[in-house]
Design a protein around this ligand. Structure first.
Ligand SMILES: Nc1ncnc2c1ncn2[C@@H]1O[C@H](COP(=O)(O)OP(=O)(O)O)[C@@H](O)[C@H]1O
Ligand SMILES: [Mg+2]
Length: 261
């Protein structure tokens, strides 16, 4: 499980690209001319200080926020993201936000299918099919979470796993995770990291935002460093240390690690 993740071929065509993305909130420029390729099957880490623009980047990629300018390409084709629902259905992007939007009073399978319920005759909810598919996906993830558990009874880590399970359930290609281990103990975050490794083994493309740089180094193939809304570096996770990465995050680091890829 701890083997260095396989890196995609450096000449692989990107699954997702952004060119010259700019996103402003009033007078704040959250993304300032961001150009970045996401390669198929990679686990791309996105790191940076608070306010660097990491969450904004994921929310633009998922159609939640609209950029002021710039272009977005999906498998080489220019796309206009209009909503998260469209990006999920048409581009297969599942985004797990920092403040998980879940309904605590619903159980796990109901949350998994929220907004994308299976129906019979386009009308009746197909409860047994949804429950069975939820159960199968959770088993595949080797969690002990039951489809019938109430979300309000789950721990923070378990809620993250349920949110990630949606990506598997609907067979999304690209799964974005915004600080999935921030609210859980270091010991428990191992389950989330294992799940990210499983997604990677299953050929999924993962975008991982985390301020836990050791988590980033444990699972990512490449790492993009954002500094005040700009991509300061994109580096391969090749013998990097937490110290190297910290330098890149906080000094924009023209130091030893340098840019590659
Ligand atoms: N919805 C919003 N409205 C106004 N400002 C925002 C909003 N979202 C983010 N920002 C601002 O944009 C900048 C980047 O924020 P964010 O992408 O959340 O950074 P990060 O995730 O790297 O901490 C920050 O200055 C933040 O205050
Ligand atoms: Mg953030």
């Amino acid at each position: 499980m701890n083997a260095q993740p396989q890196r995609p071929a450096p000449d692989a065509a990107p699954v997702l690209s952004v060119h010259h993305l700019v996103k402003r909130f009033g007078t704040v420029t959250a993304l300032d001319d961001v150009t970045l390729d996401v390669l198929p099957g990679e686990v791309l880490g996105i790191v940076g200080d608070n306010g660097a623009g990491k969450s904004t980047l994921l929310s633009v990629l998922s159609g939640y926020h609209h950029p002021d300018s710039g272009e977005l390409y999906y498998r080489g084709n220019r796309v206009t993201m209009t909503s998260p629902a469209r990006s999920r259905r048409e581009l297969g992007i599942e985004m797990v936000y920092q403040d998980l939007a879940m309904s605590p009073d619903l159980n796990v399978w109901q949350n998994l299918f929220l907004g994308e319920e299976l129906r019979r005759w386009r009308l009746l909810l197909d409860r047994s099919a949804m429950r069975a598919r939820a159960s199968e996906t959770l088993k595949r993830m080797r969690t002990k979470i039951s489809p019938d558990d109430l979300v309000s009874d789950l721990s923070g880590g378990e809620r993250q796993l349920v949110a990630i399970a949606r990506g598997l359930l609907f067979d999304r290609d690209i799964i974005g995770l915004d600080e999935p281990t921030a609210a859980i103990s270091a010991a428990k975050s191992g389950d989330v990291l294992d799940t990210i490794r499983d997604l990677h083994s299953a050929g999924k493309t993962v975008l991982l935002i985390s301020h836990r740089l050791d988590d980033i180094l444990a699972v990512c193939t490449r790492i993009a460093v954002l500094v005040t809304g700009r991509v300061a570096h994109v580096v391969a996770n090749d013998g990097l240390t937490v110290g190297d990465l910290t330098r890149l995050v906080f000094t924009g680091g023209a130091g030893s690690a340098g840019s590659s890829a």
